[in-house]
Design a protein around this ligand. Structure first.
Ligand code: 5GP
Length: 188
Protein backbone atom coordinates (compact mmCIF):
# COMPACT_ATOMS: atom_id res chain seq x y z
CA UNK A 1 0.00 0.00 0.00
CA UNK A 2 2.91 2.37 0.66
CA UNK A 3 4.25 2.15 -2.90
CA UNK A 4 1.27 1.35 -5.03
CA UNK A 5 -1.81 3.52 -5.48
CA UNK A 6 -5.15 2.87 -3.82
CA UNK A 7 -8.20 1.70 -5.72
CA UNK A 8 -11.14 3.77 -4.50
CA UNK A 9 -14.73 3.03 -5.44
CA UNK A 10 -17.40 5.64 -4.84
CA UNK A 11 -21.02 4.79 -5.53
CA UNK A 12 -23.79 7.30 -5.21
CA UNK A 13 -27.31 7.46 -6.57
CA UNK A 14 -27.39 9.81 -9.56
CA UNK A 15 -28.07 13.38 -8.47
CA UNK A 16 -26.17 12.96 -5.21
CA UNK A 17 -23.57 15.42 -6.42
CA UNK A 18 -20.71 13.00 -6.77
CA UNK A 19 -19.08 14.66 -9.76
CA UNK A 20 -18.78 17.91 -7.78
CA UNK A 21 -17.33 15.93 -4.88
CA UNK A 22 -14.87 14.28 -7.26
CA UNK A 23 -13.71 17.59 -8.74
CA UNK A 24 -13.09 19.08 -5.31
CA UNK A 25 -11.28 15.95 -4.21
CA UNK A 26 -9.03 16.04 -7.26
CA UNK A 27 -8.17 19.67 -6.53
CA UNK A 28 -6.97 18.65 -3.11
CA UNK A 29 -5.31 15.36 -3.94
CA UNK A 30 -2.82 15.66 -6.76
CA UNK A 31 -2.18 11.91 -6.95
CA UNK A 32 -5.85 11.09 -7.52
CA UNK A 33 -6.94 10.06 -11.01
CA UNK A 34 -10.45 9.46 -12.33
CA UNK A 35 -11.10 6.19 -14.13
CA UNK A 36 -12.96 7.06 -17.34
CA UNK A 37 -15.67 4.46 -17.91
CA UNK A 38 -17.03 3.23 -21.20
CA UNK A 39 -20.78 3.58 -21.72
CA UNK A 40 -23.42 2.98 -24.36
CA UNK A 41 -25.46 5.92 -23.02
CA UNK A 42 -25.81 9.01 -25.22
CA UNK A 43 -23.60 11.93 -24.16
CA UNK A 44 -25.39 14.68 -22.23
CA UNK A 45 -24.85 18.32 -23.11
CA UNK A 46 -21.33 19.32 -22.10
CA UNK A 47 -19.99 15.78 -21.69
CA UNK A 48 -16.75 15.07 -23.52
CA UNK A 49 -15.70 11.77 -25.06
CA UNK A 50 -12.60 10.39 -23.37
CA UNK A 51 -12.96 12.79 -20.43
CA UNK A 52 -16.34 12.06 -18.83
CA UNK A 53 -16.86 8.72 -20.53
CA UNK A 54 -15.79 6.80 -23.58
CA UNK A 55 -19.06 6.82 -25.52
CA UNK A 56 -19.17 3.56 -27.45
CA UNK A 57 -21.67 1.41 -29.33
CA UNK A 58 -23.31 -1.71 -27.88
CA UNK A 59 -21.30 -3.78 -30.37
CA UNK A 60 -18.01 -2.32 -29.19
CA UNK A 61 -19.10 -2.79 -25.57
CA UNK A 62 -19.89 -6.48 -26.20
CA UNK A 63 -16.53 -6.89 -27.90
CA UNK A 64 -14.76 -5.47 -24.83
CA UNK A 65 -16.76 -7.83 -22.59
CA UNK A 66 -15.64 -10.77 -24.75
CA UNK A 67 -12.04 -9.58 -24.65
CA UNK A 68 -12.18 -9.44 -20.85
CA UNK A 69 -11.19 -5.77 -21.09
CA UNK A 70 -13.39 -4.65 -18.15
CA UNK A 71 -12.52 -4.76 -14.47
CA UNK A 72 -16.29 -4.69 -13.95
CA UNK A 73 -19.37 -3.81 -15.96
CA UNK A 74 -23.10 -3.48 -15.41
CA UNK A 75 -26.34 -2.30 -16.94
CA UNK A 76 -27.92 0.78 -15.40
CA UNK A 77 -31.34 2.16 -16.45
CA UNK A 78 -31.07 0.57 -19.90
CA UNK A 79 -27.45 1.42 -20.71
CA UNK A 80 -24.18 -0.47 -20.28
CA UNK A 81 -21.28 0.92 -18.26
CA UNK A 82 -17.86 -0.60 -17.67
CA UNK A 83 -14.44 0.17 -16.22
CA UNK A 84 -11.60 -0.50 -18.71
CA UNK A 85 -9.10 -2.60 -16.76
CA UNK A 86 -5.80 -1.73 -18.39
CA UNK A 87 -5.73 2.04 -17.67
CA UNK A 88 -6.68 1.46 -14.03
CA UNK A 89 -3.87 -1.00 -13.48
CA UNK A 90 -1.35 1.20 -15.28
CA UNK A 91 -2.21 4.18 -13.02
CA UNK A 92 -2.10 2.08 -9.85
CA UNK A 93 1.26 0.72 -10.90
CA UNK A 94 2.56 4.28 -11.34
CA UNK A 95 1.50 5.04 -7.79
CA UNK A 96 -1.68 7.03 -8.49
CA UNK A 97 -4.83 6.57 -6.47
CA UNK A 98 -7.63 5.69 -8.85
CA UNK A 99 -11.22 6.81 -8.31
CA UNK A 100 -14.00 4.67 -9.77
CA UNK A 101 -17.44 6.28 -9.95
CA UNK A 102 -19.56 3.18 -10.48
CA UNK A 103 -22.90 1.72 -9.44
CA UNK A 104 -23.52 -0.86 -6.71
CA UNK A 105 -23.48 -3.87 -9.06
CA UNK A 106 -20.08 -2.80 -10.36
CA UNK A 107 -18.76 -2.07 -6.87
CA UNK A 108 -19.63 -5.59 -5.74
CA UNK A 109 -17.67 -7.00 -8.70
CA UNK A 110 -14.65 -4.88 -7.75
CA UNK A 111 -14.93 -6.19 -4.19
CA UNK A 112 -14.67 -9.73 -5.59
CA UNK A 113 -11.84 -8.97 -8.00
CA UNK A 114 -9.84 -6.65 -5.75
CA UNK A 115 -10.61 -7.39 -2.10
CA UNK A 116 -8.29 -4.61 -0.93
CA UNK A 117 -10.22 -1.83 -2.75
CA UNK A 118 -11.74 0.95 -0.62
CA UNK A 119 -15.52 1.15 -1.07
CA UNK A 120 -17.37 4.35 -0.15
CA UNK A 121 -21.10 4.94 -0.50
CA UNK A 122 -22.04 8.58 -0.91
CA UNK A 123 -25.67 9.23 0.02
CA UNK A 124 -27.95 12.20 -0.53
CA UNK A 125 -29.27 13.92 2.61
CA UNK A 126 -32.76 12.57 1.74
CA UNK A 127 -34.68 11.13 -1.19
CA UNK A 128 -36.83 14.27 -1.37
CA UNK A 129 -33.66 16.29 -1.84
CA UNK A 130 -32.40 13.83 -4.45
CA UNK A 131 -35.63 14.17 -6.46
CA UNK A 132 -35.42 17.94 -6.21
CA UNK A 133 -31.81 17.89 -7.52
CA UNK A 134 -32.61 15.52 -10.40
CA UNK A 135 -35.54 17.69 -11.51
CA UNK A 136 -33.56 20.92 -11.07
CA UNK A 137 -30.61 19.80 -13.21
CA UNK A 138 -33.11 19.19 -16.03
CA UNK A 139 -31.03 16.54 -17.80
CA UNK A 140 -33.46 13.65 -17.83
CA UNK A 141 -37.06 13.08 -18.90
CA UNK A 142 -39.60 12.53 -16.07
CA UNK A 143 -39.79 8.76 -16.62
CA UNK A 144 -36.00 8.50 -16.54
CA UNK A 145 -35.96 10.51 -13.30
CA UNK A 146 -38.51 8.06 -11.84
CA UNK A 147 -36.29 5.11 -12.88
CA UNK A 148 -33.21 6.79 -11.41
CA UNK A 149 -35.05 7.41 -8.12
CA UNK A 150 -36.13 3.75 -7.97
CA UNK A 151 -32.56 2.70 -8.67
CA UNK A 152 -31.35 5.11 -5.97
CA UNK A 153 -33.57 3.45 -3.36
CA UNK A 154 -32.38 0.00 -4.41
CA UNK A 155 -28.77 1.14 -4.22
CA UNK A 156 -29.22 2.84 -0.86
CA UNK A 157 -30.50 -0.45 0.57
CA UNK A 158 -27.06 -1.94 -0.18
CA UNK A 159 -24.99 0.72 1.58
CA UNK A 160 -24.08 -1.87 4.26
CA UNK A 161 -21.83 -3.66 1.74
CA UNK A 162 -19.47 -0.65 1.64
CA UNK A 163 -16.60 0.18 3.95
CA UNK A 164 -17.92 3.71 4.61
CA UNK A 165 -21.13 5.70 4.27
CA UNK A 166 -20.69 9.43 3.69
CA UNK A 167 -23.70 11.77 3.52
CA UNK A 168 -23.36 14.60 1.00
CA UNK A 169 -25.20 17.11 3.16
CA UNK A 170 -22.62 19.81 2.70
CA UNK A 171 -20.01 19.67 -0.05
CA UNK A 172 -16.90 20.85 1.83
CA UNK A 173 -17.64 18.59 4.76
CA UNK A 174 -18.28 15.50 2.61
CA UNK A 175 -15.07 16.08 0.59
CA UNK A 176 -13.08 16.49 3.78
CA UNK A 177 -14.54 13.30 5.23
CA UNK A 178 -13.73 11.28 2.10
CA UNK A 179 -10.20 12.68 1.98
CA UNK A 180 -9.69 11.68 5.61
CA UNK A 181 -10.95 8.17 4.88
CA UNK A 182 -8.47 7.84 1.99
CA UNK A 183 -5.59 9.08 4.16
CA UNK A 184 -6.35 6.59 6.92
CA UNK A 185 -6.73 3.77 4.41
CA UNK A 186 -3.36 4.54 2.81
CA UNK A 187 -1.62 4.77 6.17
CA UNK A 188 -3.02 1.45 7.40
P1 5GP B 1 -24.80 8.48 -15.39
O1 5GP B 1 -25.58 7.96 -16.55
O2 5GP B 1 -25.65 9.35 -14.49
O3 5GP B 1 -23.51 9.15 -15.78
O4 5GP B 1 -24.38 7.23 -14.51
C1 5GP B 1 -25.36 6.32 -14.11
C2 5GP B 1 -24.77 5.33 -13.12
O5 5GP B 1 -23.79 4.52 -13.75
C3 5GP B 1 -24.09 5.99 -11.93
O6 5GP B 1 -24.50 5.32 -10.75
C4 5GP B 1 -22.63 5.76 -12.20
O7 5GP B 1 -21.90 5.66 -11.00
C5 5GP B 1 -22.68 4.42 -12.90
N1 5GP B 1 -21.47 4.15 -13.67
C6 5GP B 1 -20.69 5.02 -14.36
N2 5GP B 1 -19.66 4.38 -14.90
C7 5GP B 1 -19.75 3.08 -14.52
C8 5GP B 1 -18.95 1.92 -14.75
O8 5GP B 1 -17.92 1.93 -15.40
N3 5GP B 1 -19.39 0.77 -14.20
C9 5GP B 1 -20.54 0.68 -13.48
N4 5GP B 1 -20.85 -0.51 -12.96
N5 5GP B 1 -21.30 1.75 -13.23
C10 5GP B 1 -20.92 2.93 -13.75
Amino acid sequence: MKHKGALIVVSAPSGTGKSTVLHQLMEQRKTLRFSVSATTRQPRAGERDGVDYFFISREKFQEMVRDNAFLEYAEYVGNCYGTPKEPVDALLEQGYDVYLDIDVKGAMQVRQQRPDALLIFLAPPSFEELERRLVARGLDRPEVIRQRLNEAEREYAQRGSYDYLVVNDELERAVCEISGIIDRYKDA
